[in-house]
Ligand binder design. Structure first.
Ligand code: 16G
Length: 241
């Protein structure tokens, strides 16, 4: 497995070997790795070499260290491309994951000044306030709060929000969601967010605000989401022209 006569650096060979074990499922998320010393003895390489391989894998997000406990295999992050305007349900299905939602509340509230400005409606106009935990294969990924004008999008029910809001708007109401702007910021989980997302308070999260519009420019939703930074990363293609 480790070939000392190869020109390929030893740490890199070990790194590739561990990656393969993770990809083949022989090492699974949450599994602990043998101590550096054990690897060093097993393959007759130095502890420094093992540490270098581990550090690379930590930096690439394959492994994480827990102080006093050791080195563990991390959950793979979902890589979300920022091209295309998609729903959570579509994103998960495209990855072969089962989308799910756990409803925290679905209510109609009078629009606050912030919400009315975002949705271009008057203050106190009725707005759906929908708070859901979004799940992938049953694992909490994001905590999402949608504000939608109740005069524009009628008849949102618990059944609809347990499935897909976008499917309801587009297939049932025959409106087309056309464009959106999105802001992504880093933050740390509050106590409440941590509880819903099953992470520790203070763990890194990504705050995402999305404003979506119909073809004629009418704001259709104002959304605030909190995504687990240990499970999500975003990818964007760029062209220097
Ligand atoms: C995504 C969108 C959210 C949209 C939701 C609809 C982000 C940050 N947010 O979560 O704006 O309301 O999808 O999902 O991507 P649904 O159709 O599955 O209910």
């Amino acid at each position: 497995m480790i070939n000392k006569n190869s020109p390929i650096p030893l740490y890199y060979q070990l790194e590739e070997h561990i990656k393969q074990l993770i990809e083949k499922g022989e090492l699974r998320p949450g599994d602990s790795l043998p101590a550096e010393r054990e690897y060093a003895e097993k393959y007759q390489i130095s502890r420094m070499t093992v540490r270098q391989a581990f550090t690379q894998l930590v930096n690439e997000g394959y492994l994480h260290r827990i102080q006093g406990k050791g080195t563990f295999v991390s959950e793979r992050k979902i890589e979300q491309t920022l091209q295309g305007l998609t729903s959570f349900t579509e994103d998960m299905k495209a990855r072969g994951l089962e989308p799910g939602s756990e409803l925290i509340h679905l209510k109609i509230i009078p629009a606050t000044s912030q919400i009315s400005a975002q949705l271009s409606i008057s203050e106190d106009d009725p707005v759906y306030d929908i708070k859901r935990i979004r799940l992938a294969d049953g694992v909490p990924m994001a905590l999402e709060t949608n504000y939608i004008s109740a005069n524009l999008i009628k008849g949102i029910t618990e059944q609809i929000v347990n499935q897909s809001l976008y499917a309801h708007i587009e297939n049932q109401l025959d409106l087309s969601i056309d464009s959106a702007s999105q802001i992504i910021e880093s933050s740390i989980a509050s106590l409440d967010e941590a509880k819903y997302l099953k992470i520790t308070k203070g763990a890194p999260v990504l705050l995402i605000q999305r404003n979506s519009f119909l073809k004629d420019g009418t704001p259709v939703e104002f959304v605030k989401s909190v995504y687990r930074a240990d499970r999500y990363k975003f990818m964007i293609q760029m062209k220097r022209s």
